[in-house]
Design a protein around this ligand. Structure first.
Ligand SMILES: [Zn+2]
Length: 94
């Protein structure tokens, strides 16, 4: 058995891809806020649509209500994270 050459360079492969293929902003009724609010929508092939209410931070995946995290300040983090992701994707998908 031969030993690997110490000077051998192992190439690193890094693959970048956009997780979501489509984004959208829409206004509809939030059952948690009990009012019409804005939602950020992210669509990903094979996984469907994620929607986040910009008023309460709750998330729906393919129309199913997602579990809320047991974390202090999660609503604000969810809203800010959705806005950040939306801004990033707007540039990436343009
Ligand atoms: Zn809401």
């Amino acid at each position: 058995m031969t030993q690997p050459d110490k000077n051998m360079v192992i190439p690193r492969i890094h693959i970048n891809w956009t997780r979501y293929s489509r984004i959208a902003i829409r206004r509809c009724y939030c059952s948690n806020c009990e009012s019409r609010t804005f939602f950020l929508g992210f669509f990903q092939d094979w996984y469907g649509r994620d929607e986040i209410c910009l008023r309460c931070g709750d998330r729906w995946q393919d129309g199913e209500f997602c579990e809320r995290p047991f974390l202090r300040g999660w609503r604000k983090k969810s809203i800010e994270g959705a806005k950040r992701e939306y801004r990033r994707l707007r540039k990436a998908l343009a």
